[in-house]
Design a protein around this ligand. Structure first.
Ligand code: F1P
Length: 317
């Protein structure tokens, strides 16, 4: 087993250690989740969960929030900002936290690096230790920051969720090689809080295996992107609680057109059970999506420890 895979399959003890009561989001007219790359995908998922839980929230990429916050929220100075960064050293995320604080906003930093630059510029820090072998590709840390963000919003995460994620990972591991054999185009579908997780699944696969991957809201897929679907496509459907029947119909159509589909929480060529509350479905599926990236990379003989053109942190001069 390679080092990246080790960080994926060995992440659950770190989850269990993170199942502690978190401080809650303070009252604010809007909560803005900011981050870059994987951390932005997590921000998107968390904003959707927060809205569904009755908060008002948006997600914005770090540099966008620095350069044009008014494009995202007119009264942006009134925001509570939650900045996510595994390393705590991403230039754009630190700049977003600093600019927000300078404008009078309260800033919460979510990170896996307690003594980082982000921690230094945040009003308070939410921290969890990640797998020590984690390298460039964010695996355990991504799950942990999603978990911490959910707890911050007030969504309880218990040991049953960890067990469900571990079981989904094992079931995906058993099915992955047959699912991906001969396939070179990957499409991830998820709505609401699952859209950010779909984006993250696609980013993981793209980073690890240099393979074309896209993500869409499920029913958006018919509006153009489906034209790329053929017998080289793998579909990953993250079933939501709002319209699972419509999503199953779409999966049926994708299969009829030549795609092989893995369904998380619903039907497909492979069906993976996700027996958790809707707000936790993305967290429970995330390790399985990380493993899919690893399996595609392995099938192409690629080393996921040193992915092409990537560095662990993007620090700009
Ligand atoms: C964010 C990030 C990663 C990406 C790459 C560069 O890092 O964009 O998501 O995979 O390695 O950095 P961070 O701010 O969460 O540390």
């Amino acid at each position: 087993m390679g080092i990246t895979e080790q960080t994926i399959v060995e992440q659950f003890p770190f989850w269990r250690a993170a199942l502690v009561a978190r401080q809650k989001l303070p009252a604010a007219p809007v909560t803005v989740f900011v981050g870059c790359g994987t951390s932005y995908n997590l921000a998107l998922s968390l904003a959707a969960v927060a809205n569904a839980a009755g908060r008002t929230a948006i997600a914005v990429p770090g540099r966008e929030w620095v350069d044009r916050p008014q494009s995202y929220w007119p009264d942006w100075q009134s925001a509570h900002v939650v900045a996510l960064s595994r390393s705590g050293e991403t230039t754009e995320t630190i700049a977003a936290a600093e600019a927000s604080r300078a404008a009078g906003a309260f800033v919460t930093g979510i990170t896996c690096a307690a003594g980082s630059g982000l921690a230094a510029v945040s009003d308070r820090v939410v921290f969890a230790e990640t797998h020590p072998a984690e390298g460039i590709v964010m695996t355990a840390s991504a799950s942990l920051m999603l978990l911490m963000g959910l707890q911050l919003i007030g969504i309880p995460v218990d040991a049953g969720v960890v067990d469900a994620a571990e079981a989904a990972l094992s079931a995906t591991d058993a099915a992955a090689d047959a699912l991906i054999a001969g396939r070179s185009h990957f499409v991830y579908l998820g709505g609401g809080s699952l859209y950010g997780v779909a984006l993250e699944g696609a980013l993981k696969l793209l980073e690890m295996s240099q393979t074309f991957a896209q993500a869409f809201h499920p029913l958006e897929y018919r509006h153009g992107p489906i034209s790329l679907l053929d017998e080289r496509t793998v579909g990953v459907m993250l079933y939501g609680d709002a319209r699972p029947d419509d999503e199953a119909l779409l999966v049926g159509e994708m299969r009829a057109k030549g795609a092989r589909v893995i369904g998380f929480g619903g039907p497909g060529d492979v069906s993976i059970s996700v027996p958790v509350a809707p707000a936790l479905a993305g967290l429970a599926a995330l390790p399985a999506l990380q493993l899919l990236g690893e399996r595609v990379a392995a099938a192409k003989g690629l080393d996921t420890v040193a992915p092409r053109h990537l560095t662990k942190v993007v620090m700009l001069a």
